[in-house]
Design a protein around this ligand. Sequence first.
Ligand SMILES: [Zn+2]
Length: 418
Amino acid sequence: MHKLLSCLLLLVPLLGSGQATSTLLRPAAVFDGQDLHPGWAVLVKGDKIKALGPAAQLTAPAGTTTLELPGLTLLPGLIEGHSHLLLHPYNETSWNDQVLTEPLALRVARATVHAQRTLQAGFTTARDLGTEGAGYADVGLKQAIDQGIIPGPRLLVATRALVATGSYGPHLAAVEDLPQGAQEADGVDGIIRAVREQIGHGADVIKVYADYRWGLGGTAQPTFSQDELALIVQTARSAGRGVVAHASTAEGMRRATLAGVETIEHGDGGTLEVFRLMKQRGVAFCPTVAATDATSQYRGWKKGQQPEPQRILDKRRAMQAARQAGVTLAVGGDVGVFAHGDNVREMELLVQEYGLGPLEVLRAATSGNARIFHLADRGRLAPGLLADLVAVAGDPTQQVQALRQVKLVMKGGTVVAL
Ligand SMILES: [Zn+2]
């Protein structure tokens, strides 16, 4: 591994020079986002894929650098569907304390490390769904990555996210006007203004909390009205942005679906009926099973020794209903709740605990997420697409754990140092 890496590191300046350098990657097999092709190779020119196919049939131009990758599978860079680069695990610091007490510079400094770890884990793109009180810091992070100042994945950012007044946190019954983890907006004027503000500041996608645990009882309840949600989607869509909804109640999911959101996150209380509606309306489901698994353990669940808590049972039931309804799955773990760089955990749990096949999960995290997020230039390996590639030891279409064995990450034709 380290021998291979030290050779690769020598290539970094060469590949990063901006000239249309050609590289031929010769792994044991290529997963193209759909199927596994043993004996294939991939030719990269500049920042794009030039060609791929059986190694013997690929002719490389003079001056091409060849990377021999024996025993490795080469696949499209993975796409994280739900991260929060500005958060770190809640068992280190509670969400409330992160939002209320951590200075912005501290949060951003930490986020730069999170971005690097995400990339090193083979995730060359991430949909980052809200800064949780860190304003528009995600836009700055994205710029720093795009300008080559810090290493990180290509980002789709949601900026502040939208919540109905009073419905989000932090909340202390005795204290008024605490800083909030998202932007409060209500009613026609307020919502239109907030969506436009976020887009103006750089939001690629609008995130809305369609329900949340609010009030003293803390039970999840719908927040925005049907009309408000529809207006959010309409305002975002007219500016070419899609909307993603946090929703864990059946009613919040139903309203978000009818409003025209593109993905629903969490979905713990989803019924067969609401998942069928999502299927009918083409709304994808991002179950974030890893976040539920992590927070349940933070709350004291001894996994493997104690019976599964109700939250896990709810997630199982929701996943079963979603599968039965045939809803398209997006893959995203709500990373930040647990450690950045451990993004593969979501895929592992989907296979090991929710009964999905490794091939299905791998397709979902590459070509599937790309399709759902409208990223036509990546998620698959085909001529003309971005040369965002990951090489892992073994065959991840058979063993999801192979994704832990990242040996090479290439982003835009440049080998990224591990
Ligand atoms: Zn989240």
